[in-house]
Write a protein that binds this ligand. Sequence first.
Ligand SMILES: [Mg+2]
Length: 92
Amino acid sequence: MMPSQIAEKRLEASCFEVMREISRAVEKHGYGRTPLSTDMGDASKLIILVEEVGEVARALTYDNADFEGLKSELIQVATMALAWHASLEGPA
Ligand SMILES: [Mg+2]
Protein backbone atom coordinates (compact mmCIF):
# COMPACT_ATOMS: atom_id res chain seq x y z
CA MET A 1 0.00 0.00 0.00
CA MET A 2 1.41 3.38 -1.00
CA PRO A 3 1.46 6.27 1.48
CA SER A 4 -1.13 8.97 0.89
CA GLN A 5 -0.08 11.92 -1.25
CA ILE A 6 0.13 14.09 1.85
CA ALA A 7 2.34 11.54 3.63
CA GLU A 8 4.47 11.23 0.49
CA LYS A 9 4.98 15.01 0.36
CA ARG A 10 5.93 15.03 4.03
CA LEU A 11 8.42 12.22 3.46
CA GLU A 12 9.93 14.14 0.55
CA ALA A 13 10.28 17.20 2.77
CA SER A 14 11.95 15.03 5.45
CA CYS A 15 14.39 13.63 2.87
CA PHE A 16 15.22 17.18 1.80
CA GLU A 17 15.90 18.07 5.45
CA VAL A 18 18.18 15.03 5.76
CA MET A 19 20.21 16.18 2.74
CA ARG A 20 20.50 19.66 4.27
CA GLU A 21 21.50 18.16 7.61
CA ILE A 22 24.30 16.04 6.16
CA SER A 23 25.71 19.13 4.43
CA ARG A 24 25.53 21.01 7.72
CA ALA A 25 27.22 18.13 9.59
CA VAL A 26 30.04 17.83 7.04
CA GLU A 27 30.59 21.59 7.16
CA LYS A 28 30.57 21.63 10.97
CA HIS A 29 32.61 18.48 11.72
CA GLY A 30 34.44 17.73 8.47
CA TYR A 31 33.71 14.78 6.21
CA GLY A 32 36.01 12.43 8.13
CA ARG A 33 34.17 12.99 11.39
CA THR A 34 30.74 12.05 10.08
CA PRO A 35 29.33 8.55 9.48
CA LEU A 36 29.74 9.23 5.74
CA SER A 37 33.44 8.58 6.22
CA THR A 38 34.72 5.14 5.26
CA ASP A 39 37.69 5.71 7.58
CA MET A 40 35.50 5.93 10.69
CA GLY A 41 34.75 2.58 12.29
CA ASP A 42 31.29 1.16 12.92
CA ALA A 43 31.70 1.54 16.69
CA SER A 44 32.22 5.29 16.33
CA LYS A 45 29.27 5.54 13.93
CA LEU A 46 27.08 3.68 16.41
CA ILE A 47 28.11 6.07 19.19
CA ILE A 48 27.12 9.06 17.02
CA LEU A 49 23.78 7.48 16.09
CA VAL A 50 22.94 6.51 19.67
CA GLU A 51 23.92 9.97 20.89
CA GLU A 52 21.35 11.41 18.47
CA VAL A 53 18.74 8.87 19.64
CA GLY A 54 19.46 10.02 23.18
CA GLU A 55 18.73 13.58 22.12
CA VAL A 56 15.35 12.42 20.80
CA ALA A 57 14.60 10.99 24.25
CA ARG A 58 15.77 14.21 25.87
CA ALA A 59 13.37 16.23 23.72
CA LEU A 60 10.53 14.07 25.10
CA THR A 61 11.33 14.31 28.80
CA TYR A 62 8.61 15.90 30.91
CA ASP A 63 10.82 18.76 32.04
CA ASN A 64 12.26 19.39 28.60
CA ALA A 65 9.38 18.73 26.17
CA ASP A 66 10.41 20.37 22.94
CA PHE A 67 8.37 19.61 19.78
CA GLU A 68 10.66 21.54 17.42
CA GLY A 69 13.67 19.94 19.09
CA LEU A 70 12.09 16.51 18.62
CA LYS A 71 11.59 17.14 14.90
CA SER A 72 15.15 18.33 14.50
CA GLU A 73 16.65 15.42 16.48
CA LEU A 74 14.65 12.87 14.46
CA ILE A 75 16.13 14.36 11.28
CA GLN A 76 19.58 14.05 12.84
CA VAL A 77 18.95 10.37 13.70
CA ALA A 78 17.82 9.70 10.11
CA THR A 79 20.80 11.62 8.74
CA MET A 80 23.37 9.71 10.77
CA ALA A 81 21.75 6.35 9.94
CA LEU A 82 21.59 7.13 6.20
CA ALA A 83 25.13 8.51 6.15
CA TRP A 84 26.35 5.30 7.79
CA HIS A 85 24.34 3.24 5.30
CA ALA A 86 25.80 5.19 2.36
CA SER A 87 29.36 4.71 3.66
CA LEU A 88 28.94 0.95 3.48
CA GLU A 89 29.20 1.24 -0.32
CA GLY A 90 32.88 2.22 0.06
CA PRO A 91 34.91 5.40 -0.51
CA ALA A 92 33.18 8.16 -2.49
MG1 LIG B 1 21.29 16.10 17.85
